[in-house]
Design a protein around this ligand. Structure first.
Ligand SMILES: CC(C)(COP(=O)(O)OP(=O)(O)OC[C@H]1O[C@@H](n2cnc3c(N)ncnc32)[C@H](O)[C@@H]1OP(=O)(O)O)[C@@H](O)C(=O)NCCC(=O)NCCS
Length: 158
């Protein structure tokens, strides 16, 4: 029997999908670091100009998502997360490539992202050509009040 992973379907999401998105986000991001967004933050962000949500689904099940924004030629990957049990099967990479392609279609010249220093997702971003461009000290505040730096990365498009 084949052990090949099932292909995920990508579709665009909207505010009606945010309950599932927040559910995955709360499971995907370790609460020690304070990286996950609240539902209110997601709703507010999705209402802003140039923001879109891409969902990764296996059948009817939401297994991952990406939220991104392009405004005036500048793109930002805002969030990317995959259900913990579904990781390591290419879903994150599929979502990231979709965001990169969409950002190109929307005429973005660069795609930025910001990530907690030490987040192992750097392996994924590095493999797609992102390089570090900056650092924000004590940007994240964890559960116990501990502060964590953020690093910013960028990918030149086109
Ligand atoms: C980052 C994340 C979305 C990756 O999802 P995924 O479905 O596991 O990614 P993929 O299976 O497509 O992996 C792509 C590559 O990156 C590597 N990789 C991805 N996440 C990794 C991690 N956490 N640690 C080490 N390597 C990782 C994989 O080994 C793979 O490399 P390969 O193709 O050479 O084998 C997922 O780990 C996640 O949801 N993390 C928590 C949320 C988060 O930190 N998001 C990023 C900041 S916004």
């Amino acid at each position: 029997m084949s052990t090949a992973p099932r292909l995920v379907d990508l579709r665009s999401g909207d505010v009606n999908d945010l309950a599932g998105v927040v559910h995955i986000m709360n499971r995907a991001f370790d609460p020690r670091y304070g990286e996950a967004w609240s539902s209110a933050q997601c709703i507010g962000m999705l209402a802003l100009q140039g923001v879109w949500l891409t969902l990764a689904c296996e059948g009817n099940a939401l297994v991952g998502f990406a939220m991104a924004r392009v405004v005036a030629g500048d793109g930002e990957l805002l969030l990317l997360a995959v259900e913990p049990e579904r990781r390591g099967r290419g879903i994150g990479g599929t979502l990231l490539r979709s965001v990169i392609a969409d950002a190109c279609d929307k005429q973005a010249e660069r795609l930025h992202l910001e990530m907690r220093a030490g987040n192992s997702a750097l392996a994924l971003y590095g493999a797609h050509g992102f390089t570090q461009v900056g650092q924000r000290r004590a940007y994240y505040r964890g559960l116990t009040g501990e502060a964590f730096d953020a690093h910013t990365y960028a990918l030149t498009l086109g």
